[in-house]
Design a binder for this molecule. Sequence first.
Ligand code: NAG
Length: 535
Amino acid sequence: MIKTFCIRSLFFTSLTLLFIACANEKKERIAMPTTDLSKASLIPKPLKTIPTNSAFALDQFTAIYTSKNATGFDKVGTFLAEKLKDKINLTIPVNSEGTNTVERVIYINQSDSTDLASPEAYQLYINQDSIIINSNTAEGAFRGIQTLRQLVPLKSNDTLALQKIWPVPSGKITDNPNFAYRGSMLDVARHFFSVEDVKKYIDLLAYYKINVLHLHLSDDQGWRIEIKSWPKLTEVGGSTEVGGESGGFYTQEDYKEIVRYAAERYMTIIPEIDMPGHTNAASVSYPFLNGNGKTPKLYEGTQVGFSTFDTRKDTVYAFIDDVVREISAITPGPYFHVGGDESHVTKKKDYIHFINKVEKIVQKHGKRMIGWDEVAIADVDSTSISQWWASEENAKKAVNKGMQIIVSPAKKAYLDMEYDSLSKFGLHWAAYIPVDTAYIWTPEEYGIPLENILGVEAPLWSETISNIDELEYLAFPRIIGYSELSWSTKENRDWENYKVRLADQAPFLDRMDVKYYPSALIDWKKSDYTYETIE
Ligand code: NAG
């Protein structure tokens, strides 16, 4: 028999949480299975996990309460309720008052503990009758509920299933990311991806606590974002893509929608306009931009390094100023990526002059410049950031300039590299990157001092993929490993242990209709103890 008790009052303050519940009858405990939270297939692996070997009974008598007057916490609660509804079709009220059927509560509580000083830190306490997520910020709470989502079983055992109870393993998790920057890049220039596709990718990344999506918005083959002062960029430059399909572009409203959607998931969007090389599509639209004085044709191939802006013309910088201004105005994040890679036909001194000038433009519009590792040969500021992808020498130059570095070694972290010689999509100029190679490395092993490492990013170039299924084939499951590489400490990472947890992601990925590269998840042994199906 289900007993009820009433919630008399519920007060949150920044310091304490006061919850007074009174049972109008003595409660009978539902027999919960013995669990072992430390064996749950969580990715990325939390910093510390202490199991207490019982379980929280998630059912229709559960409610979510969030700290009052704490910015963003109510939305985090609603997000959790929506995701639970999607996963197990259970409707859980959020901050509803006056219900007398609540037996168990999930609190999402703003704390001011100094232990949780870093913005993404959280604690997750799972007891028999309550779950408490503590964090100082809504961002930390959001990361915490991703962990909780992974702990809710899709199915429970027969008896509990009959009672519509989903047992959540009990214990205490204390968590905090190792690196603040955990990203993926999507090349929407070689092949265009719709707003819906990008949103799906964002959703998947957020589940694994990735907090940056870098959009490569321009290249030789396409210009993908509306610039109101230079409309031909998209009218002409957005009209095609690799292979000659019709391309596409984001209106500024589309882009704002992507930014809003990402922000709801505490993810920063970084726009990239690649220059002075990789600029054929811009120069087709406005031929004065071109460094060789000729009017180029639209390009549908996959070569790199043949185009450049004219780095000596003032009108080129006036153009760049407009582009950076318009994009910066609709980008709340602190970064603007200027590309800077493979400018093979730009003279070195022109390249340096160009990057120096463009850095000032980016700063004038209130952003921090990021560039591919080549930018370190210019006189860049220590506040700018180098994305190391190829040259160790350039990485050293960046370190000597005091710059922070995003670690994206093509040999390990390029999602467009083939898994092996049988891969359906991808390239292999840097390496074949099977799922284990993608995971078994550390961002620190390349001699970049730890204090210079901002984080890790896995770029997905799109020369060989043209739809979301193909994108997912290259990204999944390797991106899940990059999330652990950037969130979890070195001590907490172990391939054999990870491999089992990764295999346990299959039910989630299937439910999300992700067309992942299969062998890793199908062939490998899943854990005996998967929380997708507690037996
Ligand atoms: C590099 C290019 C990129 C290309 C990719 C393919 C960088 C920074 N530049 O040659 O334009 O799509 O490889 O793997 O990666």
